[in-house]
Design a protein around this ligand. Structure first.
Ligand code: IMP
Length: 430
């Protein structure tokens, strides 16, 4: 039985929540492997709404093990708050149902302070981060000064590590004219939270290895999207982790062979939150209509998402760099009623035609999309549960997308409801 990794194939917010929820009902273990509480999705199960940021989606389903891997940056206060919030809705979360990698990096209040001070200082060139300290925490990890979950159980190193970390960050905060952080205050906060968070700490790689050998189905739940990947995305307007499926292995402590089927999620159009290039963006009535129909507001920050046409060049690139085996295409119904639709099939740049998205910042901002135009459909596709329910023009649109991105559409979602999904292929049956 294959495992499955679910990743975003655009700029995040592709509608992963619904697909991950459907898949998590069929998995035994759900693993987050990157990102932190910058992610956000809403699950509706039996009429009850759950908002998750850091917890894996399986957490709301009894009998599943939820795992936060070493590749995630964990804000312990945010995690406990989220656990409390879903407990208040009757969901049981215990160290038996949730394990956090002991070697995961912690996000501390200083990271949020640096994240926000730096964004403010960047002015017009700001990245538009979620302000949750994600970037500064990953920076500390690679700079070898991070506090990891296991350090909370090791008083012999904690004081020294906090001193060293604050030596660096207070210099930055001073430079930004922001208040500095007192080591004694931070240590007191860490000592207070340690006994509450440490019961969840575990040896994740070992647990996952054992579960894999028992034949359990593992679902790797990616956050954000390929175009926000720190290597493959629209750098520097990206998040600070690798969002591609390759990181499911590194970020959880398994080998690449354990990742299994890679399911990429993308919308039938494109959206982005935060700053950065977006070649097919429609700053006009079309963009407004897509945003209104698709209810395009961020779950974490409430920000209005930028909207535009489907970019097949970018999704094809996501398929290639992330090893995506199949695509789940979401929100097709948002396109109902458009007289015509456009899909980007290449870019024009300095008199040449490119069939890939270039890496350079100036080129990324200045490429001009080459569009193929499609006849729209007036019928509603909302709630369609089979190909036969779709208008011929909608089928043509999806089939052409498959051709352009060089990957099959194995799942098609036609409304936020879980059952309004057309399934061509079960990724766990690979
Ligand atoms: P950070 O991850 O908070 O550092 O933000 C970096 C960029 O990633 C910003 O453009 C954010 O808007 C974007 N971003 C981070 N998390 C998400 C997400 O879950 N969905 C969509 N965009 C995200």
């Amino acid at each position: 039985m294959a495992n499955v990794a679910v990743v975003g194939a655009q700029w995040g917010d592709e509608g992963k929540g619904k697909i991950v929820d459907w898949l998590s009902s069929r998995a035994d273990v759900v693993v987050r492997f990157q990102g932190g509480h910058n992610a956000g999705h809403t699950l509706v199960i039996n009429g009850v709404e759950y908002k998750l940021s850091l917890l894996p989606s399986g957490v709301v389903r009894p009998g599943k093990l939820s795992v936060i891997g070493n590749g995630v940056v964990v804000d312990p206060w945010a995690l406990l708050k989220e656990i409390e919030a879903i407990r208040s809705k009757g969901v049981e979360v215990t160290p038996e149902t949730l394990v956090v990698a002991e070697n995961a990096t912690l996000i501390l209040p200083v990271h949020g302070a640096v994240d926000r001070a730096r964004e403010e200082a960047r002015g017009a060139s700001k990245i538009g981060t979620t302000g949750r300290g994600i970037g500064p925490a990953y920076e500390d990890k690679v700079a070898r000064r991070a506090i990891r979950l296991c350090d909370l159980a090791d008083p012999a190193v904690l004081d020294g590590k906090v001193e060293q970390m604050l030596f660096h960050h207070n210099a930055l905060l001073r430079g930004f004219g922001a208040p500095e952080i007192e080591a004694a205050d931070l240590l007191a906060q860490l000592r207070e939270i340690a006994p509450r968070i440490l019961p969840y700490a575990g040896v994740v790689w070992d647990r996952l290895d054992a579960l894999r050998r028992q034949g359990k189905r593992i679902l790797f739940e990616g956050a954000q999207g390929t175009m926000l990947d720190v290597d493959h995305g629209t750098y520097p307007f990206v998040t600070s982790s690798n969002t591609v499926a390759g990181n499911a292995a590194t970020g959880s402590g398994m080998g690449p062979g354990a990742v299994g089927h890679v399911l990429g999620i993308c919308k039938a159009y494109t959206t982005r939150v935060g700053s950065g290039p977006f070649p097919t963006e429609q700053v006009n009535d079309i963009g407004e209509l897509l945003g209104a129909r698709g209810k395009e507001f961020g779950v974490v920050t409430g920000r209005k998402r930028r909207c535009g046409w489907f970019d097949a060049v970018m999704v094809r690139q996501a398929v290639k760099v992330g090893g995506i085996n199949g695509i789940a295409l979401t929100k097709l119904d948002v396109l109902d009623g458009f007289a015509e639709l456009k899909v980007c099939t290449g870019y024009r740049h300095e008199g040449r035609v490119l069939n890939h998205y270039p890496a350079g910042q100036t080129a990324q901002a200045s490429v001009e999309p080459i569009y193929e135009t499609f006849e729209g459909w007036s019928e509603s596709t909302r709630g369609a549960r089979s190909w036969a329910d779709l208008p011929a023009t909608a089928v043509k649109y999806v089939r052409r997308i498959e051709e352009l991105i060089e990957a099959p559409v194995t799942l098609l979602s036609t409304s936020p409801e879980r059952d309004d999904t057309i399934l061509m292929h079960d990724p766990f049956e690979d």
